[in-house]
Design a protein around this ligand. Structure first.
Ligand code: CO
Ligand code: ZN
Length: 332
């Protein structure tokens, strides 16, 4: 899976600008799909399987978009002021690099602050693309950049920008490729604009009208020095969501995922996430509602340009998703 992951994480795709990622995913899934379409907002909707008496309509969601920045002002010397796309943290920005869609690279700098230990806020930061004047600056107001950091393979652990949520996209793609048969009508939806408020999943879920929703996305971990108190760690298996800020998972779905993992001898851990949410929350509230859950990939340094996952967790997430989708769902 590593070549697939590298290709996906290194692609450019801030919210609203997901077309490169969509093209990559389409190439990977085409041969395995019964039907493919792109909806009005840009979600890639891939159907596998047909309705059957023992099956359900299940919507899977993995978001293609990543964090980014958008230029708000170009000064007379060619320095760019910017606003953020999604949950970018100021402490992850200084000295970092961004890449615009045309391939232009920029460095994030900041005005001199009083006191070296002070943290610069976004209004004190700028992007330097090496321009010397507004007239010759190759970037204009409204242009969008993504954080630029290459994929690194540390063996067991993988690091990159945009693991959130290209790793979820990779898990869904691999599961679709490995799925031999399903009693369900499955919709693998590669969504847009999750990072700015679950927007793609909201309209896609209305269109798909599923019985059940499953997002595949990253979750925080509590296994770093003096980190948050959270009982999720890298390497202990994919996480079964129980709750986050926008979703309380139906206990029957918690049991469905956990018992399926246990039966297949796949390690798993329970996730109670304080803060954040995923596309599962949007599916949960679509139309008259659809019970929804999230298969989570434990991830360190989320929303930084160096998000870290464990490769065993990723492979076990694929195994678990294949198990979940291969058999009838009995909710009890
Ligand atoms: Co995110
Ligand atoms: Zn995400």
């Amino acid at each position: 899976m590593k070549p697939l992951i590298k290709k996906l994480v290194e692609a450019y795709g801030p919210s609203g600008y997901e077309s490169q990622v969509r093209d990559l995913v389409r190439l990977e899934v085409e041969a395995y799909a019964d039907e493919i379409r792109v909806d009005a907002l840009g979600n890639l909707i891939v159907r596998k399987g047909n309705p059957s008496p023992e099956g359900k309509t299940i919507m899977l969601a993995g978001h293609m978009d990543e964090l980014g920045v958008m230029v708000t002002h170009v000064d007379e010397k060619g320095f760019l002021r910017f606003t953020t796309i999604g949950g970018v943290y100021p402490q992850n920005c200084l000295g970092g690099r961004v890449r615009f869609i045309q391939g232009i690279e920029g460095v994030i700098g900041a005005e001199q602050l009083e006191g070296r230990d002070k943290l610069a806020t976004f209004d004190k930061m700028y992007i330097d693309v090496g321009a010397t004047s507004r007239e010759t600056c190759p970037v204009k107001v409204g242009d969008v950049a993504a954080f630029d950091r290459p994929f690194v393979d540390l063996g067991e652990r993988l690091v990159s920008k945009a693991m959130d949520d290209r790793i979820g996209v990779a898990v869904m793609v691999s599961a679709l490729q490995q799925l031999k048969s399903t009693p369900h009508q499955l919709y693998f939806v590669f969504t847009v604009q999750e990072e700015v408020g679950l927007r793609g999943a909201t309209t896609a879920a209305f269109g798909v009208n599923p019985d059940l929703g499953v997002a595949v996305d990253v979750t925080l971990v509590g296994d770093t020095p003096k980190g948050i108190k959270m009982d999720v760690a890298l390497g202990k298996g994919p996480a079964v969501k129980v709750r986050d800020d926008y979703l309380i998972v139906d206990p029957r779905l918690v049991d469905w995922m956990a018992s399926t993992a246990a039966k297949a001898n796949i390690p798993y851990q329970y996730e109670v996430l304080v803060g954040g949410g995923t596309d599962a929350a949007a599916i949960n509230l679509t139309r008259a509602g659809a019970p929804s859950t999230c298969l989570s990939i434990p991830t360190r340094y989320i929303h930084s340009p160096s998000e870290m996952v464990d490769y065993n967790d990723v492979q076990n997430a694929v195994r678990l998703l294949v198990e979940l989708l291969s058999n009838p769902v009995q909710l009890k």
